[in-house]
Design a protein around this ligand. Structure first.
Ligand SMILES: [Zn+2]
Length: 281
């Protein structure tokens, strides 16, 4: 079989395993191997196949992996929807602050695009201090005041000791009207890859699974799962497999668009470890 569902962090790298159609042929191949190397490789494949079968038969395998990865998300606080606060050693960072009830002041605020549930001037004011730096798109910057650095997909900068890369975020198949996506590629909406205290965190923004995500391989991927305006659960599962994070965290639910059930379904179906963070309000 070709095992499409091998959990990449379960027992090693993604691996194609071919089932021997003929057990006798399998045995004959092993017996005919004169040198130990080929036999050893075959035995390794068989042992891995057994491990994979056991892993697939016991879903807690992924759950156990996820709990071991908890330290990667220890400083990441989910504030509902796409809003997060990341408590770095040297900087408090917010991403897409929305419907906040306050919180520690921000050193850095990252905003993925200008839609009201991401660029919220009232929420920015709740956490902004005079020296706070806001990194966002030009359209979102037009709604805000303060020290603002505008970015487009592909830009890289370091702010308050935090390495920030803006990456593309757009729809492929979610349309507000025929031919008009909610998040058109040409609008220049972004996601962010940031490195905080050595942990690479990818916040995907409002997006479908797009080719630019492939192989980002962050430590943590914050992925929308609600459907309608962004990836559905199944699309998020596909995206997570392509991104290959150490752990994925679902978002874009719980504020009227999508539900916590979507987050649970993503956790159940994903082929990478998933942690559903508690909403901290
Ligand atoms: Zn949006």
């Amino acid at each position: 079989m070709t095992n499409k569902h091998f959990p990449s962090n379960c027992a090693g790298p993604v691996f194609r395993i071919e089932r021997r159609r003929d057990k006798d042929a399998h045995r004959a191949q092993e017996d005919s191997t004169v040198h130990g190397i080929r036999l050893l490789r075959r035995k390794k494949v068989c042992a891995l196949a057994a491990a994979v079968a056991l892993c697939l038969a016991t879903p807690p395998c992924l759950a156990a992996d996820a709990s071991a990865l908890q330290p990667l998300v220890a400083n990441i606080h989910w504030l509902g929807h796409d809003a997060f606060r990341i408590d770095g050693k040297d900087a408090v960072i917010y991403i897409d602050p929305y419907r906040l009830k306050g919180g520690p002041p921000a050193d850095l605020i990252l905003i993925t695009h200008d839609h009201a549930d991401h660029a919220s001037p009232a929420d920015v004011e709740k956490i902004k201090k005079p020296e706070t730096v806001i990194v966002t798109t030009p359209a979102a910057a037009a709604k805000l005041t303060g020290k603002i650095q505008t970015v487009k997909p592909g830009d890289e900068l370091t702010v308050k000791g935090v390495a920030v890369r803006a990456v593309p975020a757009y729809n492929l198949n979610k349309f507000r009207s025929p031919g008009v996506p909610f998040h058109p590629k040409e609008a220049g909406h972004v996601g962010f890859v940031i490195t905080v205290d050595g942990v690479r965190i990818y916040h995907a923004g409002d997006t479908d699974p797009i080719p630019e995500m492939a192989g980002l391989a962050p430590d943590v991927a914050l992925l929308p799962v609600s459907g309608t305006y962004v990836m559905t659960v199944d699309e998020a599962v596909e995206a997570a497999a392509s991104i290959r994070p150490k752990v994925a965290v679902p978002m874009h639910v719980g504020e009227g668009i999508g539900t916590l059930d979507d987050a649970a379904r993503f956790q159940a179906k994903a082929t990478v470890p998933v942690i559903v963070l508690p909403i901290e309000k």
